[in-house]
Design a protein around this ligand. Sequence first.
Ligand code: PDD
Length: 308
Amino acid sequence: MSQPGSVEADPVVYLNGEWGPLSEARIPVLDRGFIFGDGVYEVVPLYATPGGRAPFRLAAHLARLSRSLGKIRIDNPLDDAGWRSLIARAIDANQGEGDALVYIQVTRGVAKKRGHAFPAGLTPTVFMMVTPLTFPSDASRAKGASAVTAEDKRWLHCDIKSVSLLGNVLMAQHAVEHDALETIQLRDGLLTEGSSSNVWVVKDGRLAGAPRGPRILEGIRYRLVEELAAESGVAFEERDITEAELRAADEIMISSATKEVMPITLLDGKPVGTGRPGAVYAALYEAYQRAKARELHEWSERGPGAPK
Ligand code: PDD
């Protein structure tokens, strides 16, 4: 049986300075996040370690949160030390077995009436929860996943990790309805990204990802994949990738906080390359596990004040 306060039951969440059960957390309907999708969020993976759960690449997640807030002109309600101590407390309040994630959301706050432009003097709404997370199993990794393609119809500020996720939600649903793990989007004949992941293609041993910029969210794993490729001796290119290149790829993979790196072996019902996870995926996955082990070890030595 799950204990109250464990992530499996009713997690203890943070909302505007208060801690309490998720089932009792409430926001007013005039919160700008509810009424306009006017806010940003972060998803930080938490890995089970002997000393408790530890975040991975937290500094990069906090830096992206700060950038997203800046781009929509919300003052960051906390500094990095403040975020780190809230996250540490959320982890402590939700001890349990297994891996998890920290979800953080900041909205512009609660307005007095509905009106599109920013009202003056709002206090941002800050919400944080820890929820359990199961990473893809070894069996699903050995097989690889299927993906479908679709036209990217989102706005051109995809670099902001905004809670206005309708375009992404529709693409995720499109994948579900086609028995696929992910929808891979194309804009003007060029690869952009998944509904909630970055996408990578391999041709002749070279790894390529779509250019960072307003058409994609720069995943925390974007930089990480670049580092892992360097460590593994895999050539890395950040460049436009055409639909034809996507379809002719030897390997395709996706990356995200919740999938790490995951091979795509079927695209629109056709095998990708040999139809099996490839050598570049295998090298990057191994390197990912090594990077994780190194950082989680550092976390257990230094705790939440650690710079990573
Ligand atoms: N999504 N692109 C989009 C549109 C995303 O939503 C995500 C992650 C990524 C990968 O970013 P990262 O490596 O930082 O997870 C790329 C998270 C997991 C989510 O919305 O739940």
